[in-house]
Design a binder for this molecule. Structure first.
Ligand code: ADE
Length: 230
């Protein structure tokens, strides 16, 4: 039977999961807490990484290499780039890129380093499960490119750069680093985000206001997916 990792970046992103799961067992490891649990008979391991690409890479690696997870689902919030994404809307990544990875001084494209990839696709089968769950629950699910960077974006200029350079629909601070880890370790992965703000000059206030409610929307959807995964 498969063991499913569920990751968030912040405590608020995993608390709604911990409230719903059974047989919780806390494991302290590498300066973090991992929660082994079951949900509807499925084995899962839950953790939040802390914010940013480095912490997210560490946590994703540990979930796979130490806990033996063979699928990884990320649940959390994002800033909207597309004007049709409103607070609370759900978006799944079909691929992810690192908007702050920049060695353009050497003639390389934004988001690229030699032997790396600008864009990493998520697992198609998991995306299909998400679409089926959305349909069953009458929920709208957007799909698009998610751009990741070690910056909280609260500027229309930065947001337009990310939009035009990467054609991205939403942005956050962990997805692409999880993608790098899962791609290298050949573990199917899925990134879901509910919108908390529009990455503009009101983003900090919106984020504080909507973090909890949007994180809950994402977490509840992820649990429905765990149930639906074969
Ligand atoms: N996650 C949620 N909102 C964000 C923003 N504006 N920038 C970066 N990450 C985010």
């Amino acid at each position: 039977m498969s063991k499913i990792a569920i990751m968030g970046a912040m405590r608020e992103e995993i608390e709604p999961l911990l409230a719903q799961v059974e047989n919780l067992n806390r494991v302290e490891y590498a300066d973090n807490t991992y929660y082994e649990a079951t949900y509807k008979g499925k084995e899962i391991v839950i953790a939040y990484s802390k914010i940013g690409k480095v912490f997210a890479s560490l946590t994703a690696t540990i979930l796979i290499e130490k806990f033996g997870c063979d699928k990884l689902l990320f649940s959390g919030v994002a800033g909207a780039i597309s004007p049709d994404l409103k607070i609370g809307d759900l978006i799944i990544a079909d691929s992810l890129c690192q908007h702050d990875l920049d060695i353009t001084a050497f003639g390389h494209p934004h988001g690229y380093v030699p032997e790396g990839k600008v864009s990493i696709p998520t697992d198609k089968a998991l995306r299909e499960v998400a679409k089926q769950v959305a349909k069953q629950n009458g929920l709208e699910l957007k799909e698009g490119i998610i751009a990741t960077g070690d910056q909280f974006v609260a500027s229309v200029d930065r947001k337009s750069f990310i939009s035009t350079t990467f054609n991205a629909h939403a942005l956050e601070m962990e997805g692409a680093s999880v993608a790098v880890v899962c791609d290298a370790l050949k573990v199917p992965f899925f990134i879901l985000r509910a919108i908390s703000d529009s990455a503009n000059d009101e983003a900090d206030m919106d984020f504080d206001t909507f973090l909890e409610s949007s994180a809950k929307i994402s977490a509840h959807f992820i649990l429905d997916m765990v149930e639906a995964i074969e």
